[in-house]
Design a protein around this ligand. Structure first.
Ligand SMILES: Cc1cc2nc3c(=O)[nH]c(=O)nc-3n(C[C@H](O)[C@H](O)[C@H](O)COP(=O)(O)OP(=O)(O)OC[C@H]3O[C@@H](n4cnc5c(N)ncnc54)[C@H](O)[C@@H]3O)c2cc1C
Length: 439
């Protein structure tokens, strides 16, 4: 049972283009002030030692730098690409206070991790096999992070995912211009190299029962994320060309979408809406509209992503709510009415303000539904009034053998938050398994 195991991960070939040249990275690394209290580290949900990894880049110790990052965040390579660094680590950089450009932490992090995660530099991990087995539902960032940490701690780990490919929204949801599907899948291979088994096309509750899962494993982690964007209940929503913005992004990532000559309207004001309009405009759509019922400063999407969408030609239509979709067989127009705040502060429609936007495609990006029905199958796992899984500080649910993390717990945040949850849950699962085994 207590067998010592050394896992060596070697990834060859197919490395993506380096995100920074060696000289560029050295110059940028030497700009870092190496602050002792590192506000950048405190701003990172996975508390990566940012000055530490940058110092190692400056000293030309790339493996040491990658190790520093990956010890805190096993998905450090994808976080380097998808994290909203402007509001996290780089947003906290003290150079901002000195009216200087903050350190480009995201690109330095990609530079440091690329050769280990996608290239041929080896990362050795030594672990003592515990003999315990953990089942992880969902191979998205939360599940991958939890699984990788548990594997490093010597536990056997099986990840189950309903989709054909692992990686969750890193593979299917995040916009292509931040990270493509191939990069996400390469990072998953790196995690598998740590000893994590992944069973794809295996939906828990359908292909494998909850009872079977509980019988097969000593502990469970739920990293099931959120569901699809539900219909808005608008007349005409069943017309061809109307759909879920998440399915659209997944199709774009699979190379299945041609938008030349299309006029696309995306309904919503969050990150999904912004990613969908940005993708649509980059794919050559004739006109791309973002339709949102409130003002720009009330949008949940990040300001830098909003600016990027605006600069790529997306037309923002504020103070507008859709009331029906018109067309014969397929959509020809989105009909909206104007909105405003009443004197009581409620959002109301403006009388007689109806107008039509001629479009050939309408995408809903109005919020993903929670997986409450699925979660109800697990005894003792409770959800709050918003459909989020209730967990304690160690990410343990009301069932002492089940932990949860990621979007299904926080209702939808960032990849780095899901990674942080997975890591914290893994530490708690490890402690519980060792306590149960009297170790
Ligand atoms: C359009 C969009 C763009 C985004 N862009 C960014 C970004 O740029 N940067 C950023 O940091 N974050 C971004 N996010 C948020 C980020 O993607 C999520 O916070 C993160 O993926 C959450 O990870 P997770 O593992 O909790 O869930 P997910 O990534 O959703 O993974 C959950 C996994 O569980 C699987 N699953 C569900 N039910 C079952 C079942 N019954 N059996 C087996 N498997 C199951 C699913 O197939 C999925 O693979 C974006 C989100 C969206 C929707």
């Amino acid at each position: 049972m207590n067998q010592m195991m050394t896992t060596t991960v070697v990834m060859g070939g197919l490395a993506p283009q380096p995100t920074m040249s060696h000289d560029e990275a050295l110059v940028e690394a030497h700009r870092c002030l190496m602050c002792w209290d590192a506000p950048c580290t405190r701003a990172c949900p996975t508390t990566i030692d940012v000055p530490g990894f940058i110092k190692r880049i400056a000293n030309d110790d790339l493996l040491g730098s990658a190790r520093t990052i990956l010890e805190s965040n096993i998905l450090g390579a994808s976080c380097a690409r998808v994290c909203p660094t402007e509001v996290l680590c780089a947003g906290a950089c003290v150079l901002n206070d000195l009216h200087e450009r903050p350190i480009d932490i995201g690109r330095l992090q990609a530079y440091a991790t690329d050769d280990v995660v996608f290239g041929d530099i080896e990362l050795s991990v030594e672990s003592v096999q515990s003999g315990a087995s953990v089942g992880v539902v969902g191979a998205g960032p939360a599940g991958l992070s939890c699984g990788a940490e548990l594997a490093k701690l010597g536990h056997a780990v099986v990840l189950y995912d309903a989709r054909r490919q692992p990686g969750g929204l890193n593979t299917y949801g995040v916009a292509n211009y931040k990270m493509d599907m191939a990069t996400s899948l390469r990072e998953v291979e790196f995690v598998q190299g740590l000893g994590v088994e992944i069973r794809t096309s295996t939906a828990v509750g359908t292909d494998v029962s909850v009872g079977q899962l509980s019988a097969d494993h000593d502990a469970l982690f739920l990293g099931v994320g959120l569901g699809s964007v539900p219909p808005l209940g608008l007349p005409g929503e069943d017309l061809g060309g109307v759909g879920d913005a998440l399915d659209f992004i997944a199709d774009v990532r699979a190379g299945k979408v041609d938008l030349v000559g299309e006029r696309v309207a995306v309904i919503g004001g969050g990150n999904t809406a912004i990613d969908a309009v940005s993708q649509a405009s980059r794919l050559g759509a004739e006109r791309v509209y973002l339709v949102y019922r409130r003002d720009r400063d009330e949008m949940k999407a990040y300001p830098h992503d909003i600016e990027r969408a605006l600069s790529s030609g997306v037309e923002f239509i504020h103070w507008s709510a859709p009331i029906r979709i018109e067309g014969e067989g397929s959509v020809s127009a989105l009909v909206c009415e104007r909105t405003e705040y009443s004197s009581d502060g409620d959002l109301v429609s403006v009388p007689d303000s109806e107008y039509r936007i001629p479009v050939t495609m309408v995408l809903r990006a109005t919020g993903q539904e929670k997986r409450v029905g699925f979660l109800d199958q697990f005894d003792g796992v409770e959800t709050d009034h918003g459909g989020r899984v209730v967990v304690d500080d160690a990410f343990r649910t009301g069932n002492p053998g089940i932990w949860a993390g990621g979007d299904c717990v926080n209702g939808g945040k960032e990849v780095v938050n899901a990674v942080a949850h997975g890591k914290a849950a893994a530490m708690s699962i490890d402690a519980a398994l060792r306590a149960a085994a009297g170790k």
